[in-house]
Design a binder for this molecule. Structure first.
Ligand code: NAD
Length: 269
């Protein structure tokens, strides 16, 4: 097992890409902390996870024979993140792996976008990545080891109309990651990014539903840019990339990123 004895914190881990990542890490021996908002947000046009879904996620990890903890935490809020990290240290004594995965989106053109809509997306992705890294890194520095993976997107490499806030945040995560990697390399800590293409999670389904689209037809439209159509990119594909980055198999890789998009960005205009 590649992560035996490790403790991993996965933000937004109650479902979707985060939960798939948590389960793959648990399979490799890691104990898991899921930190999720479990509460809806004003400008996000679909539901976030609930305390029930987080509890179910935690049970699914425990049934694999690992320790698991679910903590309600809004990654936009400094006090929430600090309390979450304190709780993890109190429970497990250390944090070996941080996955900055919590995310959301709405679809609004910049000319029509109000400040709250901008803030809810920017603060979740970019400020959340900063805050979680800010509170976790001192523990990793003290133990002289650690691994941070932050989830960006193909939207971190190109623009999407009506996704200016999302793309700004996801581009920002890539720059933030490079800087963090420089700051902590001497402390034996690696920092990398995974950029998913379209994965048919509740986030993408929620965005499709906002446009009145659903089912296979919606999924086909949203994944039209992928060069590889079959297999589709699944949450486990994102999880496997994260797993590789936090394992010793990638021991010489830091400040870098892996794009799991079925080839989409290779062909992007
Ligand atoms: N699904 C895709 O096509 C796709 C593509 C590119 C990138 N991503 C990224 O993958 C990550 C996971 O997304 P997903 O597709 O699994 O979506 P999802 O909606 O299924 O899961 C996101 C989770 O984050 C939680 N969350 C949202 N805001 C939060 C906050 N402020 N604090 C704490 N938790 C919060 C939600 O409750 C939910 O459990 C996100 O960063 C997303 O931007 C997804």
């Amino acid at each position: 097992m590649k992560l035996e004895g490790k403790v991993a914190v996965i933000t937004g881990g109650a479902r979707g890409n985060g939960l798939a990542t948590a389960k793959l890490m648990a399979e490799e021996g890691a104990d898991i902390v899921i930190a999720d908002i479990c509460q809806n947000m004003n400008t996000i046009p679909y539901d976030m996870s609930t305390e029930e879904s987080m509890a179910a996620a935690v049970e699914s990890i425990k049934s694999m024979g690992r320790k698991a903890l679910g903590l309600k935490c809004d990654v936009r809020k400094s006090a929430d993140v600090e309390a979450m990290v304190d709780q993890v240290i109190e429970t497990f004594g250390k944090i070996d792996i941080l996955v900055n995965n919590a995310g959301n989106s709405s679809m609004v053109a910049i000319a029509e976008m109000d400040e709250e809509t901008w803030d809810e997306v920017l603060d979740t992705h970019l400020k959340g990545t900063y805050l979680c890294s800010h509170f976790v890194l001192p523990h990793m520095i003290e133990q002289h080891s650690g691994n941070v993976v932050s989830i960006s997107s193909v939207g971190g490499q190109r623009g999407f109309g009506m996704g200016g806030h999302y793309c700004a945040a996801k581009h920002g995560i890539i720059g933030l990651n490079k800087s963090m990697a420089m700051e902590v390399a001497d402390h034996n800590i690696r920092c990398n990014v995974v950029c998913p293409g379209t994965v048919w999670t509740p986030m993408m389904q929620g965005i499709a539903a906002y446009f009145g689209m659903e089912g296979d037809e919606a999924r086909e439209q949203f994944t039209a840019g992928h060069l590889i159509k079959d297999p589709s990119v699944e949450p486990e594909d994102i999880g496997r990339a994260v797993l590789w980055l936090v394992s010793d198999d990638s021991r010489c890789i830091t400040g870098n990123m892996i794009t799991v998009d079925g080839g989409w960005t290779a062909a992007a205009p």
